[in-house]
Design a protein around this ligand. Structure first.
Ligand SMILES: [Zn+2]
Length: 355
């Protein structure tokens, strides 16, 4: 059996497939499904799926494998079995345009697509007995485990919150607004490769633990992780994120403005409007479409965008860059923007940023 050494990202994607995080997918995306996903947001059988799950290989690896089943393996010797492989190439310009709406290589998702190896492989993924790769991150739960936890809570309506940041007051506001309409909240940070200057995963988790303990009613919140890389595909990624949360047992999901966006590639509400394409009964998850909220000094209240007559100067808002600067220099961060306990926690830790 031929073995191909793969990186952590590919290994984790295979694990997601095997765990049912990417249901209904049973394997890496083949050529026809890739085309169909990019064009229609659907698999060739018509079911909704928004992002291809890619296994990329070199020309040499392609020649080695031929048409045969093979093994992907990481440096620790953990494996997955890839059966019925189909090897293909894509037109990267056309696919970047379809998936990301741009071929601009300054877009991190597009840059990643262009940086992948020459060939892609579709094929079913199975665990290899004795050499199983498992996601052992302490906060990770498989979809089956997560559903079991929801069942124990007797929650039937669960809203998911996707994040890659420590909690802001605005996030807390939106989460509680949603929580008031359902039984439970799943806060699920994306864990994976990050951009320089992002806050490290462990500190996002740590900050949330503090917030949940002090400011959320007991037994209304679960904190768990979703392990993948950010595509920054904006609206398309919002659909992908929603399908994944459905697989974890959530019935609702919060989609804010510019969900999973980057730069100015997507319109402010594209990630909400995209859901109009799908019937609710085929999405199997309902979307809470929320505007941004900020504390307004004149209203003396958290106010959703576009609901009060005051200007941006009246709003307590820090950009990501400004928040980072103040955390590093230990300058004041308004309590109306981020809870003081969260700020104190982040400031008490050394090197919280990815470098
Ligand atoms: Zn106001």
């Amino acid at each position: 059996m031929k073995k191909i050494l793969v990186d952590d990202v590919v290994m984790q994607e295979a694990c997601n497939i095997a765990d049912g995080v990417y249901a209904p997918l049973k394997g890496f995306t083949g050529k026809d499904d890739f085309e169909s996903i990019a064009t229609h947001f659907r698999l060739t059988d018509g079911r909704i799926w928004a992002m291809p799950i890619i296994l990329d290989i070199t020309r040499e690896q392609k020649e080695e494998i031929g048409d045969n089943d093979f093994i992907i393996e990481n440096r620790e010797g953990k494996q997955f079995y890839i059966s019925k492989p189909s090897i293909y190439k894509i037109d990267r310009d056309r696919m970047a345009q379809a998936l990301y709406g741009t071929t601009d290589k300054k877009h991190p998702g597009v840059a990643r697509l262009y940086g992948l190896k020459e060939y892609f492989v579709g094929g079913n993924v199975d665990r290899v007995v004795g050499r199983e790769f498992k996601n052992t991150y302490p906060y990770y739960k498989t979809p089956a485990e997560m559903k079991e936890i929801f069942k124990k809570h007797a929650w039937t309506h669960i809203v998911a919150f996707q994040t890659r940041n420590p909690p802001h007051r605005s996030h807390e506001f939106l989460q509680k607004r949603a929580l008031a309409q359902v039984d439970g909240l799943l806060i699920q940070p994306v864990i994976g490769p990050k951009k320089e200057g992002d806050i490290k995963d462990e500190y996002i988790i740590g900050a949330y633990n503090i917030l949940i303990e002090r400011y959320y009613k007991k037994d209304t919140v679960e904190l768990s992780t979703f392990h993948t890389y950010m595509r920054y595909a904006g609206p398309r990624e919002a659909v992908f994120h929603a399908q994944v949360r459905k697989n974890f047992g959530c019935t609702h999901m919060i989609i804010g403005r510019d969900h999973a966006g980057v730069g100015n590639y997507y319109g402010t509400y594209d990630a909400q409007n995209i859901f109009k394409r799908f019937r609710e009964d085929e999405l199997c998850i309902k979307i809470f479409k929320y505007n941004n909220v900020c504390y307004c000094k004149k209203c003396e209240n958290m106010t959703p965008d576009g609901t009060c007559p005051h200007t941006d100067d009246d709003k307590v808002f820090l950009s990501g860059t400004e928040l980072r600067r103040r955390l590093i220099e230990k300058e004041e961060i308004p309590d109306k923007f981020m809870r003081k306990e969260v700020v104190a926690y982040l400031e008490s830790r050394k090197s919280i940023f990815v470098d």
